[in-house]
Design a protein around this ligand. Structure first.
Ligand code: GRF
Length: 202
């Protein structure tokens, strides 16, 4: 089995990154994590990746004149490592349409809500405000429109009486760490494809 070459893009804590790295250690996992790239030099996830022996790179957005230049540098770093699939994992930069188009069908993101509900930031706060009974997380293909794109996998959790943002976030995060590796496995093993706006099993 040739494993797909994966890069994970982070900006912070990196717990989803760590879950992906852990899953990819399995012998029969169809993807290998060959690069962790952060736009923030101080991202905590970088040290975790380094401790796992995974090459890391920093492409600091503050050092570029505009989004085009930043995305160009990202693309070059990814090309240099012969990356085939990108996993965005708490990557807090909006990518240019050009970059997204170049990686269409090969770039996943995890969003902490049951999309299409609660796009953007503060999703747990949004869910509590809306009074929904269930909340969750979504792994989806990245398209130019933010927090949209064909859905690969979702996990649902209940919203419980007395929930705070922190409690709800922790419940959702636990599920994120399960569905992100599972979704990457599906993509890397060629078991899914995009049909229109949906993901279908091959
Ligand atoms: C996660 O909740 C993810 O869904 C969202 O940002 C958070 C990143 O957390 N996109 P971590 O860096 O993976 O711990």
């Amino acid at each position: 089995m040739t494993k797909k070459r994966v890069a994970i893009l982070i900006s912070g804590r990196g717990s989803n990154m760590a879950a992906l790295i852990k899953a990819a250690k399995a012998k029969n996992f169809p993807a290998e994590i060959l690069l962790v790239l952060s736009n923030r030099p101080e991202a905590q996830g970088l040290a975790i990746a380094q401790a796992e022996g995974i090459p890391t790179a920093i492409v600091d957005h503050k050092t570029f004149a505009d989004r085009e230049e930043f995305d160009g540098a990202l693309h070059r770093a990814l090309m240099d490592a012969n990356i085939e699939i990108i996993c965005l994992a708490g990557f807090m930069r909006v990518l240019t349409d050009d970059f997204v188009e170049r990686w269409r069908g090969r770039m996943l993101n995890i969003h902490p809500s049951l999309l299409p509900a609660f796009k953007g930031t503060n999703t747990h706060h949004q869910a509590l405000l809306a009074g929904v009974a269930s909340h969750g997380a979504t792994v989806h293909f990245v398209v130019p429109e933010l927090d949209s794109g064909p859905i690969v996998m979702q996990a649902e959790v209940p919203v419980l009486p007395g929930d705070t943002e922190e409690k709800l976030a922790a419940r959702v995060l636990k599920e994120e760490h399960k569905i992100y590796p599972a979704a990457l496995k599906l993509l890397a093993s060629g078991k899914i494809r995009i049909e229109g706006d949906r993901v279908v099993a091959v």
